[in-house]
Design a protein. Structure first.
Length: 270
């Protein structure tokens, strides 16, 4: 995508009727890779116009690597037919994941619905059990989440890793539309059930907080993240996430700490 951002190549794309603009990779979000591959699909009908483009990047910095991507001719980066087929297959799978991540950011997402979504993903991608299983190592309190999911869902426990059995029928990759409909249908079914316990739907799923935190990070630093130190970013995001608890003294302390870190980095570079 970086290669297509030059003035000459953008003009060439417009000359042949392409209205798309390059989308660079955003390293902080997996969706950045998904958006980039989506845009590649839009560029694919126009890439044959660059079959003779053997130019490399101009004005390379002195510290540029000898085998770096900026020294590679653009024509050598154009995907072959087999590579384009693999990209299309990968994009199909990522589209389903994009549906899932969109669901995770809903305000009405409960732990029960979240658990059901993860079970759907685990059915097709069992290698993700160590991250998405109810008793995964990254889950701080598995028993609490299982009981909460049972109360919110009307009594259905989800299987632990040791209890989960491999289905006999062959697995298939669900289309994004089918996955979206299945999740929505199950959510509607769960919402009609009555529980004898107190309403616990107000307890948000951790994924909702995390996804919104990532979105806040993205909107805060954008594509200029390399000009900001990691310590400064951590301080800014801490203040944003806990703004209702932050005092003026906390803000002043954060500013002083940020200045000290910047001065220390400058001294180390010198």
């Amino acid at each position: 995508m970086r290669k297509l951002k030059t003035v000459e190549r953008v003009a060439k794309l417009k000359q042949h009727g392409c209205t798309y603009k390059p989308v660079p990779l955003h390293e902080l979000r997996w969706s950045g890779c998904y958006r980039m591959l989506q845009r590649f699909e839009g560029f694919r009908p126009y890439l044959h116009h660059f079959q003779d483009d053997s130019e490399v990047d101009r004005d390379l910095p002195a510290d540029a690597e000898a085998d770096g991507i900026r020294r590679v001719p653009f024509v050598d980066l154009i995907a072959s037919v087999s590579e384009q087929r693999k990209i299309s297959e990968l994009l199909d799978e990522m589209t389903a994941f994009d549906v899932v991540t969109g669901k995770l950011q809903r305000h009405d997402m409960t732990v029960a619905n979240l658990r059901y979504i993860f079970d759907i993903v685990l059915y097709d991608y069992d290698n993700m059990e160590k991250y998405l299983a109810p008793d995964a190592d990254i889950v701080e309190c598995p028993d609490f989440e299982r009981v909460l999911a049972k109360i919110q869902g009307g009594g259905d426990f989800t299987l632990l890793r040791n209890d989960r059995k491999t289905p006999n029928k062959s697995k298939r990759k669900r289309a994004a539309e089918a996955l979206d409909e299945k999740i929505s249908k199950k959510a509607r079914k769960r919402s009609t059930r009555q529980s004898k316990y107190l309403d616990s739907s107000w307890i948000p799923a951790t994924s909702v907080v995390v996804e919104r935190f990532f979105s806040t990070v993205k909107s805060t630093i954008g594509y200029l993240r390399k000009s900001m130190s990691s310590e400064t970013l951590q301080v800014i995001m801490f203040l944003k996430l806990n703004w209702d608890l932050v005092t003026l003294a906390d803000v002043s302390s954060a500013i002083v700490q940020s200045k000290d870190n910047n001065e220390q980095e400058v001294a180390e570079q010198e």
